[in-house]
Design a protein around this ligand. Structure first.
Ligand code: FMN
Length: 172
């Protein structure tokens, strides 16, 4: 297991657009009995309800959603972008469902646990430990831009938006 250190939020210097949108992240949830992870490239980092928060957008069909819904916390793991193996693993985590395979083991990666027991991917280099604050189902009647529904939801597999407090940042 790698040695992660707590990292102060005040010192975090990341570009959220590229960090999430280009480099991607692994959303991991579960516990020490079973955890699952999936790739996400949609999300936000910011401030809401007096907390440092993230939001992630998880479609109904994702197995990871079952783990997020049944636990109070989840994590976001970011990886060294120079390492091609990491990108391959993220492509795999984003292409195959954990319903069919043990994705983490197949990618030769490992689960480690934050101090509160939240699972994350040990091969990452930055982890945001997140406590769920709200879960909001995205519905077609909410869209102001009509193009969103026809572009992104042809199959009606809508996202749920989870807003979560960042309770701990781990870095190595
Ligand atoms: C680059 C990339 C980004 C993705 N971003 C998201 C996302 O933000 N939300 C989402 O629901 N699915 C996203 N996916 C799709 C899931 O990662 C994919 O369906 C995955 O196989 C789900 O795994 P699971 O069923 O084990 O949870 C993305 C996939 C890739 C490759």
């Amino acid at each position: 297991m790698h040695s992660f250190q707590p990292y102060p939020a005040d010192l975090l210097e990341i570009n959220p657009f590229t960090k999430i949108g280009t480099e991607w992240m692994a959303v991991t949830a579960g516990d020490n009995k079973k955890a699952n992870t999936m790739t996400a490239s949609w999300g936000t980092i910011g401030v809401l309800w007096g907390k440092n928060v993230v939001s992630v957008f998880i479609r109904d069909s994702r197995y990871t959603k079952e783990f997020i819904d049944s636990h109070d916390t989840f994590s976001l793991t970011f990886f060294d972008k120079q390492n091609k193996e990491n990108k391959l693993a993220l492509k795999y985590f984003g292409a195959v469902s954990g319903r069919k395979e043990d994705k983490i083991a197949n990618a030769k990666m490992h689960v480690d646990y934050a101090s509160d027991g939240t699972p994350y991917i040990d091969e990452g280099n930055l982890v945001l430990v997140c406590r769920k604050m709200s879960a909001t189902k995205i519905l077609p009647e909410q869209f102001i831009d009509d193009a969103i529904d026809s572009t992104w939801y042809k199959d009606k597999d809508y996202h749920t938006m989870y807003v979560a407090e960042v309770t701990e940042i781990l870095a190595r």
